[in-house]
Design a protein around this ligand. Structure first.
Ligand code: SF4
Length: 371
């Protein structure tokens, strides 16, 4: 036995993870029922054994805000809900570059260009597509941050172009389990999201995909979401905690706070660490409204090793300095390497995209699915 909490389920899981075994759904369901007091230190041990002791920071820009045709029940940017958010078309690429430079100054390692629309479409909105590509090139060429994107469903051609331009991580959250997803979103399916993730991976991009906790899902749903992410293979797993916005379906249903306790948040993070030992488990939106100031470090003592810093898509975040305090309180350090990825290797990869034996089904409609 390499690590002992005295809880046989947890200790067995840790031993198998450290031996290189991938835990499965049965393991996940057994783990999510264990006391958080056992799970948190065990997950922290796994993070310290397999990770580098740093917390990786990313930042995003809402490059096109609001008026999204989709009906995701948590989202302030959907036209289905009256939330009064500020809307705008695709930003000038120079403005996106400025945001990337600010993020870099604030310590971000990765910078995501995010849009809220039915989907970027090279065919239907060629001018906007050109601006997307220009923005990617500007950030890629004039900063040292990794350029990521969250642009909704892609065609194979679009995905290949994004990979060739240097997008390293493609973000497309699955939000929750396959079972619970239709209770939150009706205008597209869980499978639509998974297909885009498979396509992005197939052309060589890494995947950043995660969930939102506290929407009314069960602990089993939380495990099922993590298992679905194992199946597609993510290297960054963002964990949002619902920040209910008045006017959205879930905001009106749940009131001010997410349907999840601090202990459940920490327990879920710990289980995700054990189910995804190689991924950055990244604490993202909603942590400031659902965790007290003196609780925010707890997920980082339970296996989390990534953070979304700066503002979110439609709500403000706390200052980068406050995030660093949270990280240091957990005994970890911000990742200060200039970058973990090699832009020239990414570009070379994009110029020689992997050709699969079996073609992946290509999305024909760019339904917008970004978060
Ligand atoms: S697809 Fe994205 S932007 Fe559109 S409503 Fe859903 S979460 Fe919001």
């Amino acid at each position: 036995m390499v690590y002992e909490t005295g809880n046989p389920t947890v200790d067995d899981a840790v031993e198998r993870v450290l031996a290189g075994e991938r835990l499965d759904r049965t393991d996940g369901l057994a783990l999510i029922a264990q006391p958080v007091e056992d799970l948190a230190p065990a997950a922290d041990y796994v993070r310290s054994a397999l990770g580098d002791g740093t917390v990786d920071a990313c930042s995003i820009v809402n490059a096109k805000a609001g008026n999204c045709a989709e009906d995701c029940g948590f989202c302030a940017q959907s036209v289905h809900f009256d939330t009064g958010i500020e809307t705008h078309g695709f930003l000038d690429p120079e403005e996106i570059l400025d945001a990337a430079k600010r993020a870099e100054r604030d310590g971000a390692q990765r910078f995501g260009i995010v849009v809220a629309e039915k989907g970027v479409s090279k065919e239907r909105r060629p001018d906007e597509w050109e601006d997307v590509v220009r923005a990617i090139r500007l950030v890629r060429d004039e900063t040292d941050v990794e350029v990521d994107a969250s642009l909704g469903i892609l065609t194979r051609e679009e995905a290949e172009i994004l990979a060739a331009e240097g997008i390293n991580h493609y973000n497309h959250n699955i939000e929750t389990s396959p079972r619970f997803f239709p209770e939150i979103v009706e205008t597209h399916s869980f499978e639509d999201r998974v297909k885009t993730l498979e396509l992005a991976k197939d052309v060589g991009m890494e995947l950043c995909a995660g969930v939102i906790l506290g929407m009314g899902e069960t602990p089993t749903d939380r495990v099922e979401g993590a298992i679905a992410l194992q199946d597609v293979g993510v290297s960054s797993l963002p964990v949002n905690i619902l920040n209910p916005v008045a006017g959205t379906e879930l905001g009106d249903e749940l009131g001010d706070s997410a349907d999840i306790s601090t202990a459940e948040i920490v327990r879920t993070i710990a289980v995700y660490r054990l189910l995804h030992p190689e991924a950055r488990v990244r604490l993202t939106g909603g942590r400031e409204v659902n965790l007290a100031v003196d609780e925010q470090h707890l997920p980082f003592e339970a296996g989390a090793d990534g953070i979304l810093t700066g503002d979110y898509l439609t709500t403000g975040g706390q200052s980068p300095g406050d995030d660093i305090e949270v990280i240091e309180r957990a005994g970890l350090e911000p990742n200060t390497e200039t970058n973990e990825f090699d832009p020239s290797a990414v570009k070379a990869r994009g110029e020689n995209p992997h050709q699969p034996d079996e073609p992946v089904e290509t999305a024909t409609d760019n339904a917008e699915l970004d978060d």
